[in-house]
Design a protein around this ligand. Structure first.
Ligand code: PSU
Ligand code: MN
Length: 312
């Protein structure tokens, strides 16, 4: 497929970086529209972009606007997205419909992976991935993020998965799908607001160059799909289990009582945990997404130093 036939609209900065083989990091937009309240969402989006730049890479925040996948947003566009209400939350299933109807859409991890790959971007930073929800054995609520990790060859840097999910089941599904889950710099799988979920991560790496090399090795082996890099939240921003645990339990009980389902589940739980922790969860969320942007930039720098081997 010719990239010119795709509904992609690049900023000049991102297009030039990609053409020159320089490091680029994709960033998602659902965290802006559905994950954090205004105006902290806009401040965070700008801060995350600045972290990527400080790390020597070009940030490409991805969203759908005016019938195109925007790869990189100008500062005023980022602001508009952060303020706008009624933005669609786009997962794999919604992307095409949003493009043809001309609506504004924010990309989840799944949709951002699809767009990043089409745009030629190999690494992407976010807060936490979606996963297997608690009670999935009856609700069947399993995020499309997991299936996309198995399909799109993009390395995703996240702070693990949120403890609102069923983490053992999330790790099991990732293993079934053949997705490498690599804890960065420690052996435990991190749980978003806490550094240690109490579960061992399947793999551990301490060097961004190794993560980049594993990304390229997967391509050489013909393995589709990406890698999940689980980067623990900075220690100073961690929320103790005694505070986050009860907040999560209350949020889950409220969601169930209110009959919250499908796409509303994750935004509802994040919003309630924010209120119940009196904003502490938001400060943690901002710290971890910034840390993930820094690590993603380091990985993208390594990827740019080693261009892929041409296929025979
Ligand atoms: N993690 C956050 N904030 C978010 C999300 C994850 O800290 O807003 C979003 C991501 O975009 C992720 C999505 O892809 O939630 C998962 O939604 P669902 O569980 O409906 O697939
Ligand atoms: Mn879901």
């Amino acid at each position: 497929m010719n990239q010119r036939d795709l509904p992609l609209a690049f900023t000049a900065e991102v297009a030039e970086a990609l053409a020159g083989g320089r490091p680029v990091v994709a960033l998602e937009s659902t965290i802006i529209t559905h994950g954090m309240p205004w105006p902290r969402n806009a401040e965070t989006a700008r801060a995350v972009e600045a972290e990527v730049r400080d790390g020597g890479a070009v940030p490409a925040t991805i969203a759908v606007m005016d019938g195109a996948v925007r790869v990189g947003l100008a500062p005023d566009e980022l602001d508009r997205l952060a303020r706008e209400t009624g933005v669609m939350k786009l997962s794999s299933a919604d992307l095409a419909a949003c493009l043809v109807t001309g609506r504004t859409g924010a990309t989840t991890v799944a949709a951002t992976m699809i767009c990043a790959h089409l745009a030629g971007i190999e690494v992407f930073a976010t807060g936490g991935i979606g996963g297997v929800h608690r009670g999935a054995e009856t609700s069947f609520d399993i995020s499309a993020d997991l299936r996309e990790l198995a399909r799109s060859p993009v390395t995703v840097v996240a702070a693990g998965a949120k403890a609102i999910l069923d983490l053992p089941k999330t790790l099991e599904v990732l293993e079934t799908l053949g997705v490498p889950v690599i804890a960065f710099g420690q052996s435990a799988f991190p749980a978003f607001w806490s550094r240690d979920s109490g579960l061992a991560a399947p793999l551990r790496m301490d060097d961004p160059a190794e993560i980049a090399a594993a990304h390229r090795m997967r391509a050489r082996l013909g393995l589709g799909g990406g890698q999940l890099v689980a980067n623990p939240i900075p220690a100073e921003a961690e929320i103790p289990a005694s505070i986050i645990g009860p907040a999560i339990e209350s949020a889950l009980a409220e969601a169930q009582a209110a009959g919250i389902a499908a796409k509303q589940v994750t935004p509802f739980l994040l919003g309630r945990v924010l209120d119940l922790t009196k904003g502490r969860s938001l400060a943690a969320n901002i710290a971890l997404v910034r840390a993930n942007a820094r690590l993603a930039a380091r990985i993208s720098v390594e990827l740019a130093r080693h261009r892929p081997v041409d296929p025979l």
